[in-house]
Design a protein around this ligand. Structure first.
Ligand SMILES: Nc1ncnc2c1ncn2[C@@H]1O[C@H](COP(=O)(O)OP(=O)(O)O)[C@@H](O)[C@H]1O
Ligand SMILES: [Mg+2]
Length: 255
């Protein structure tokens, strides 16, 4: 493995939805195996950045390199390039309902592996392995839409992990979860990162950032990057966090 290998590299990336700017002149790298968080107020551009990293959106200007090659909408015309990219990336949406569409959790987890042509026996093994990892074995025959918010989040993560992606990208992963589920997921994500998976999480909740990242990228409300630095340094810069509207006057900073 190459040391400090850049798996993602964005250069001067801009993106807008019609007239609505979402990303302005973004320069940003991710190193294989690191854990990094994307911070910023609501509407600052976090989800859009994660969508580009996941190959769900493409820069309107500037460039995006992933795993050593430039990625454009056109590169996905080649099925091999598209499937090789998508197998490396696991994207967990903020809203689990947008990610769950099968009639049972078992089918949901098996969907990806079957889609890539994995043999039935191996698929059964994968389903059982990830269900055990997430502690959702007893839910496998339930319909995803009947699950609680925390169970849905675990289901979405299980479905993504069934394909064993090397990069996990999670958009506001603990939003709306109870403390016990939050702790369970944070510990799981840290274990997966220790096992070598690159971990990229967005959040506007600062409580978990120390744990979930060594480095933080902070968006300004004008959709530029205000800072890209060690997490502890960013979290202790109270005036910067206030300026970008991530904390209010009561925030005292640091750990
Ligand atoms: N589908 C969309 N259509 C129009 N504007 C959008 C859409 N998605 C996001 N935006 C706008 O783009 C900007 C960045 O949004 P987003 O990337 O979702 O930020 P964040 O995840 O930090 O809340 C916001 O101003 C938002 O209103
Ligand atoms: Mg968002």
């Amino acid at each position: 493995m190459i040391e400090n290998e850049k798996i993602f590299e964005l250069n001067s990336v801009c993106f807008a939805y019609q007239d609505e700017t979402a990303l302005k002149n973004i320069n940003f790298n991710v190193i294989r195996g690191e854990k990094v968080s994307i911070l910023g107020a609501n509407g600052s551009g976090k989800t859009t950045l994660l969508r580009i990293l996941s190959g769900l959106a493409f820069p309107q200007s500037g460039t995006f390199h992933a795993f050593g090659g430039e990625l454009t909408k056109k590169s996905f015309d080649d099925d091999k390039v598209a499937s090789s990219f998508h197998r490396k990336i696991g994207f967990i949406f903020q809203d689990s309902d947008a990610q769950l569409f099968c009639t049972s959790l078992r089918e949901e987890i098996a969907f990806g592996p079957l889609q890539i042509g994995m043999a039935d026996e191996e698929v059964r093994q994968r389903v059982s392995d990830v269900a055990r990892l997430l502690g959702i074995e007893l839910l496998l025959d339930k319909a995803p839409f009947n699950l609680s918010g925390g169970e849905k989040k675990k289901a979405a993560i299980a479905a993504v992990l069934a394909l064993s992606p090397e990069v996990l990208i999670l958009d506001e992963p603990t939003n709306g979860l109870d403390p016990r589920t939050t702790r369970f997921l944070v510990n799981l994500l840290l274990t997966l990162n220790k096992a070598g998976k690159t971990l990229i999480t967005s959040t506007h909740n600062l409580e978990l950032v120390h744990e979930l990242s060594d480095r933080a990228v902070l968006f300004d409300e004008d959709h530029t990057i205000a800072a890209d630095a060690p997490t502890a340094q960013i979290l202790s810069d109270t005036s910067l966090l206030r300026r970008v509207n991530l904390v209010d006057e009561s925030y005292r900073g640091g750990l």
